[in-house]
Design a binder for this molecule. Structure first.
Ligand code: ADP
Length: 387
């Protein structure tokens, strides 16, 4: 059972801006920009423009207490409450946090740490999620595209950057073929498809020309895609990285402060070995691992039987072994392959299929991990409590 959004909103409406109880509540005042509740993870975004930091922090504290009351009344457990008061042009973020017992999946490398800490935040983008893989062909771009579409379907403002500058797949996977790039001033306008703002180098170069970049060129191309795209305000920017542990991953860590990385892996032992290398690279760069996705986990035949072609559960075990979260498994299906080739990822989420359910679960688990990672990296909301 999940604590209902209505129960949370009702309780939030007992909270007033000045705490006097005389004014209308937060909902009536139009201050609740977003509210979501999933498996004990509650996230509330308050729009409190024009109020100073101390007042916003006080309101956030009362809102958090209201969420707890709602949970207590409904007899529902709470895993995490995030109250964010930075919507609508409020001033920079500050975090008051109490951390969960579990140790964060972060690591080391003083030089790398400096690079990530020194990396700028992208203005107006709340969370940047990199999607990487140890090797090509494991479904990294497929997962990146479907994460972006799934997050958009859950009401978030989402951008998707095809950072796989050596082999961009997103023009095909998102169905961008008939669309022309649009530049206003010197800014690229992202393509608006499947509820997502997307940008890919694949639409800026000849589709059949081999893309050969030396290190500094790769850095420059990637930087331009990030900085010269008019993203506008986003809740999530999903970045599809090239496979492996090369230059672009380093550029990303220097150019942007990431919320974290998702590593895509198929179940086989050899795929796990490569994925662990990618995990360790992110950790050396001090990028938090948001989780592992096991793609091509199993195949469902026409007879309805599930076949463990590659050894289902291998990537999940690898996640356990390396102490990072597991976000879920995605089966091999003809629908997913066909919808990717036809540029129609939205179709993957329809019809209540095993595929739709698995993708939904991965997206929801990612949302929860992002909320936790935001707390740990102190990039997030002014008030946050984790039970
Ligand atoms: P990568 O980015 O790791 O190189 P892609 O995402 O380009 O891999 O996927 C490679 C191919 O496998 C694509 O044709 C894609 O549609 C297909 N594919 C990926 N995952 C699945 C899946 N779970 N079921 C069916 N086809 C898949």
């Amino acid at each position: 059972m999940t604590l209902s959004k209505d129960a949370i909103l009702a309780e939030l409406n007992t909270v007033t801006m000045d705490g006097s109880g005389r004014e209308g509540g937060l909902v009536d005042a139009g201050a609740v920009a977003k509210c979501s509740s999933c498996d004990g993870h509650v996230s509330v975004v308050l729009a409190l423009p024009g109020l100073d930091q101390r007042v916003r922090a006080a309101i956030a504290g009362r809102a958090e207490a209201a969420v707890r009351r709602a949970a207590q009344r409904a007899g529902q457990p709470l895993a995490a409450v995030v109250v964010d008061t930075t919507a609508e042009g409020a001033s920079p973020r500050r975090a008051t946090v109490s951390l969960p017992q579990a140790s964060p999946s972060k690591a080391s490398g003083p030089a790398a740490k400096t690079a990530q800490q020194a990396a700028p935040l992208l203005p107006n983008v709340r969370h940047i999620v990199a999607v990487g893989a140890g090797k090509g062909g494991v479904g990294k771009s497929t997962v990146a595209a479907n994460l972006a579409v799934g997050l958009a379907l859950r009401g978030h403002a989402v951008g998707l950057l095809d950072g796989d500058i050596y082999g961009p797949s997103l023009p095909t996977m998102l169905g961008l073929h008939s669309l022309e790039p649009n530049v206003i001033g010197n800014m690229l306008q992202p393509f608006l498809v499947h509820g997502v703002k997307a940008m890919t180098i694949g639409k800026l170069v000849d589709a059949e020309r081999p893309l050969i970049w030396r290190g500094p060129m790769a850095h420059g191309a990637f930087k331009q895609l990030i900085e010269q795209t008019e993203w506008g305000p986003l809740d999530y920017l999903v970045v599809d990285l090239p496979p492996g542990t090369g230059d672009v991953c380093l550029s990303l860590a220097q150019l942007l402060r990431l919320t974290g990385a998702v590593v895509v892996c198929t179940p086989q032992r050899v795929a796990q070995d490569d994925a662990v290398r990618a995990l360790r690279m992110f950790q050396q760069l001090s990028v938090e691992i948001l989780g592992v996705v096991e793609n091509m986990s199993y195949f469902v035949g026409d007879d309805g039987k599930e076949y463990d072609i590659f050894g289902r559960g291998g990537a999940q075990m690898m996640a356990q072994r390396t102490g990072v979260p597991f976000l879920g498994s995605i089966p091999i299906t003809m629908d997913l392959r066909r919808n990717s080739d036809e540029g129609n990822p939205s179709a993957n989420f329809r019809g209540g299929t095993a595929l739709a359910r698995s993708l939904d679960a991965v997206v929801q688990n990612l949302e929860a991990q992002v909320a936790l990672a935001s707390v740990r990296s102190a990039q997030a909301s002014p008030t946050l409590t984790i039970n």
